[in-house]
Design a binder for this molecule. Sequence first.
Ligand code: PEP
Length: 254
Amino acid sequence: MRKKIVAGNWKMNLDYNEGLGLFSEIINMVKDEVTGTQEAVVCSPFIHLHSLVQMAKGYNKVAVGAQNAHQAESGAYTGEISAKMVKSVGAAYVILGHSERRQYFGETNELLAKKTDTVLAHDLRPIFCIGETLQERESNQYFDVIKTQLVEGVFHLDEAQFAQVVLAYEPVWAIGTGVTASSAQAQEIHAFIRIEIAAKYGQEIANNTTILYGGSCNPKNAPELFAQPDIDGGLIGGASLKSRDFIDIVKVFN
Ligand code: PEP
């Protein structure tokens, strides 16, 4: 059965000490309160990664991830961080293709396909984000947009590579806005994504692919969203910055 995951995306928030303080609360709450087989993943800024991995040692329900990695192996790319570097500190995941990176940093599906290859080559699991803008939803283009993001971003992978990918459906109009997709809207897209995976890789791989929902998810709306048959957890922005809220979302799978 596919893994249930709740992943926090801290974005560009929390200085070093603030991040360690929040993570310390999170791992203690996971230890005391999480009873299921779900995994809590924290995707922090690069600066926290090494320390968080050290703190998470011995907590098998907690993993750490980065929010980006460069597509090249190494080289003259001032200010960038490579997948090899992320792997070397012991992180397990890398968010790729978040809509903020697509929007503010011009990341295209073509670039993201390269980043996915590099991340996988270093034995890291991509949390690959897809989702439509409000204009694309209102003009009924959203199925096409999502299919294109899948085809151009990850469907070049072979089966073994694809099996390492976690997908996150994040409608751009729901990210950081307080407007959540209804559970029916989210389920409709998640089911569509799973059908597309089945058509490409077969039903077994589709059944085993974890597909997260992201976009203003909080402890109140998470139970209904996560009860949908094709929603396997969440990618959580704002609510991941408060330990109580984040853990309450993780505990939906208890
Ligand atoms: C995100 O940034 O991935 C996200 C889902 O943010 P928020 O939960 O704040 O909408």
